[in-house]
Design a protein around this ligand. Structure first.
Ligand SMILES: C[S@@+](CC[C@H](N)C(=O)[O-])C[C@H]1O[C@@H](n2cnc3c(N)ncnc32)[C@H](O)[C@@H]1O
Length: 302
């Protein structure tokens, strides 16, 4: 049975559906990673693509489905959870969308993409407006399997691409919890100076790069008063969200740093609600990156 009133839909990450469901009201049904709701769209922290204006199209054939979608707009991406073959045949009649991964650093795509699915053989749920500019929220990059010492660099690729702002040559960055050095590698490639702080060492390839410094120790003993000015504060430290929040608060109060990209990490079965507290920092946003694991990312840019 199809609900008559679907006012929003949220695509979650396959492994992190629980926190998404906790955030949402008036859920009418869940189809694998897609949660339908009769409430107006909210700014969900855990959704990787929110369908902002879903509507139902009644179709009488594959051609008719494609025709109705094309009449709304050009670019459409299918999320398929059933009637896969029929859905694929409709999608094949729509204009092709590039599947090329991004080459970092790059700008964001300029053409928005709508999302659609088949609720039953003759009903399409289609949303021309979506929160993500990427197909089903998947932000895929060309990977570098040789240089970075961990895959964590993909999170930083995604964060910087989303905000379309990058550390510049001459800028000074702190990379908290930086070992083994994936984030430091990205910052170094962009030409900025980076100080990585961690209890564990940096990979030898990374520590030997020019403009990369390493300080061994507890990140939380580092205070804003130790520095005159920091252009970017990056953190990927494994710690409780409360601890990260208190530490970032010191930096905010000091006004010594303008740009923040910090991973908020969760243990299993943790209470996720504390993450909303990060929205109290003016101009801040909290998002679940496609490349995040059991994490959210706090971003605040001047
Ligand atoms: C997910 S890893 C960071 C990966 C890194 N961003 C990269 O790109 O390779 C988290 C790091 O936090 C560090 N860490 C956890 N608590 C810390 C603390 N209190 N002080 C310093 N480092 C800490 C761990 O040693 C670990 O190396």
């Amino acid at each position: 049975m199809v609900s008559k009133e679907i006012r929003s839909a949220y695509l979650g990450s396959e492994e992190y559906m629980e926190p998404l469901k906790e955030e949402l009201d008036k859920i009418t049904s869940i189809h694998e990673q897609l949660v339908l709701s009769s409430a107006l769209p909210i700014e969900s922290l855990w959704s990787i693509n929110t369908w902002l204006n879903p509507r139902i199209l009644t179709i009488d054939s594959i051609n008719d489905g494609a025709k109705q979608l094309k009449a709304i707009q050009r670019n459409w991406c299918l999320y398929s959870y059933q009637f896969h073959r029929r859905a694929k045949l409709i999608q094949e009649k729509l204009p092709h969308l590039s599947a090329k991964p991004l080459r970092f650093p790059c700008s964001l795509p300029t053409s928005p993409i709508g999302s659609w699915t088949l609720l039953n053989e003759n009903k399409i749920l289609a949303s021309s407006k979506c929160s993500s500019l990427f197909k089903n929220g998947k932000v895929l990059f060309e990977e570098n399997k040789d240089e970075p010492p961990s895959r964590a660099y993909l999170k930083l690729y995604e964060s910087l691409t989303r905000i379309e702002k990058f550390p510049q040559p001459g800028e000074f960055c702190i990379d908290a919890g930086g070992s083994p050095g994936g984030w430091a590698w990205v910052i170094n490639k962009l030409g900025a100076r980076v100080l990585s702080i961690d209890r564990s060492p940096l990979d030898t390839k990374i520590i030997s790069l020019p403009n990369v410094e390493y300080l061994k120790g507890d990140v939380f003993s580092i205070k804003p008063s130790d520095y005159d000015k920091v252009d970017w504060l990056f953190s990927d430290v494994i710690c409780f969200p409360e601890k990260l929040f208190n530490w970032i608060s010191l930096w905010f109060e000091s006004k010594k740093c303008k740009n923040f990209i910090c991973t908020i990490k969760f243990q299993s079965n943790q209470n996720y609600s504390f993450a909303k507290k990060f929205l109290e920092f003016s101009g801040g946003q909290v998002i679940h990156l496609y490349n995040n694991k059991h994490e959210l990312t706090f971003i605040r840019i001047e």
